[in-house]
Design a protein around this ligand. Structure first.
Ligand code: SF4
Length: 374
């Protein structure tokens, strides 16, 4: 682990107030970036706080008791989030994902879910409304979230073995409670439940096959297990390439026990490569940002907890939409600013990772994942 990295205590991630263009970027609202990628997926971080301290995201020695989390007044209100989401929908967004930190820590989250669930696409259809959680509070909240209109849920779970899981979340949280959350989500009738495991070589890679076996047997294919390559997000997790287990190895390990065959992507821009068990036992996914970059059709934008727009997970510069939302600008002006921002986007960090790391000396620090959601 490298020397202690002190995060930006007061979140002064570089951000500029977006320019309001005279004319909207695209009359129809459907805007494409410089690589022709549409804007389809908005990830909304509703809190920068979390009750876990996973080393690859919020290492305890950095995010300790002295760490200054965002004051409540600086967070976007539910009304501001809903207004912003409505303007993104006008530009083509069809999927909203609530993230954090740990989103279930945000008080009355089901009220926000109900507000977002009421939004409609221009053709009147419902949006795809989902949430990513560490599952610690899911058993208690699943029913209320489902009743409020949440359609799907993704749970982060890095190990089945209780000792390893407690070590990885670094707050001694028991795996049984997360598994109970997943079971409750299923009882509540959520659509496909996804479980995301970040694989870190030497830490939990020996849990890959036990996880696959468990979710095949205990959830009879109703849970899609996805394996995420360990990523160099932010500037605090001490990332090293030799701790990355390539997804190809993950697939090979599982296939030894449970033969697999590839599946087509569900939709353009899907981050996971899909594989199905030959025996019909369900499917898995691998998310390979390090060894098989998927920037080519990345259609994701991220809104931070205090209203900064980031156009890439590895961005080091944001755009302060809150200033526009609170600055007396009307919807057309803010929509035009969002359109112009996306039209000017050219991000493809994972494709350029090598070169970008070489340029790490530029002092441009990457935004932390707990601040904009994965
Ligand atoms: S690195 Fe950035 S541009 Fe590439 S897929 Fe990830 S978020 Fe998208």
């Amino acid at each position: 682990m490298g020397e202690k990295v002190i995060p930006l205590a007061d979140h002064r991630y570089a951000a500029s107030v977006p320019r309001i263009p005279e004319r909207p970027a695209a009359p129809s609202g459907h805007v494409a970036d410089r690589l022709g990628r549409p804007l389809r997926d908005l990830r909304i971080s509703v809190t920068d706080r979390c009750n876990f301290r996973c080393g690859y995201c919020m290492p305890k020695e950095v995010f300790d008791k002295q760490y200054h989390f965002l004051p409540h007044g600086s967070l976007l209100s539910f009304e501001e989030i809903t207004r912003a989401a409505r303007l993104f929908v006008a530009h083509g967004v069809r999927k909203l994902r609530l993230t954090g930190g740990e989103p279930l820590l945000r008080k009355d989250l089901e009220r926000l879910v109900a507000m977002l669930a009421a939004l409609r696409c221009p053709d009147g259809s419902a949006l795809d409304l989902t949430l990513t959680t560490n599952g610690s509070l899911l058993a208690r909240k699943a029913r209320a979230l489902k009743d409020a209109g949440l359609q799907r849920v993704t749970v982060s779970l890095d190990a089945l073995d209780d000792t390893i899981f407690r070590r990885m979340n670094d707050v001694d949280f028991p795996v049984a409670d997360v598994l109970e959350g997943i079971a409750e989500a299923r009882r509540c009738g959520f659509g496909t439940i996804k479980v995301n495991m970040v694989v870190k070589r030497g830490s939990n890679d020996h849990e890959i096959v036990p996880m696959a076996r468990f979710f095949r047997e205990q959830f009879d294919g109703s849970v899609v297990l996805r394996f995420i390559e360990y990523m160099d997000v932010g500037a605090t997790n001490g990332w090293r390439m030799d701790e990355v287990l390539p997804s190809a190895d993950v697939v090979a390990r599982i296939a030894q026990s449970f033969p697999l065959e590839p599946l087509e992507a569900n939709a353009p821009g899907e981050t996971a490569q899909r594989w199905r068990y030959r025996d019909g036992g369900g499917e898995i996914g691998v998310i390979s940002s390090v060894t098989r970059a998927f920037c080519r059709d990345c259609n994701r934008a991220r809104l931070s907890t205090e209203g900064k727009l980031f156009t890439c997970l590895f961005a080091s510069h944001g755009h302060d939409l809150r200033a526009l939302l609170r600055g007396g600008h009307d919807d057309a002006q803010i929509a035009a600013a969002i359109g112009a921002l996306w039209a000017g986007r050219g991000d493809r960090y994972s494709e350029l990772r090598g070169a970008m790391q070489a340029d790490a000396g530029s002092g441009q620090r990457r935004v932390e994942m707990h601040y904009i959601g994965g």
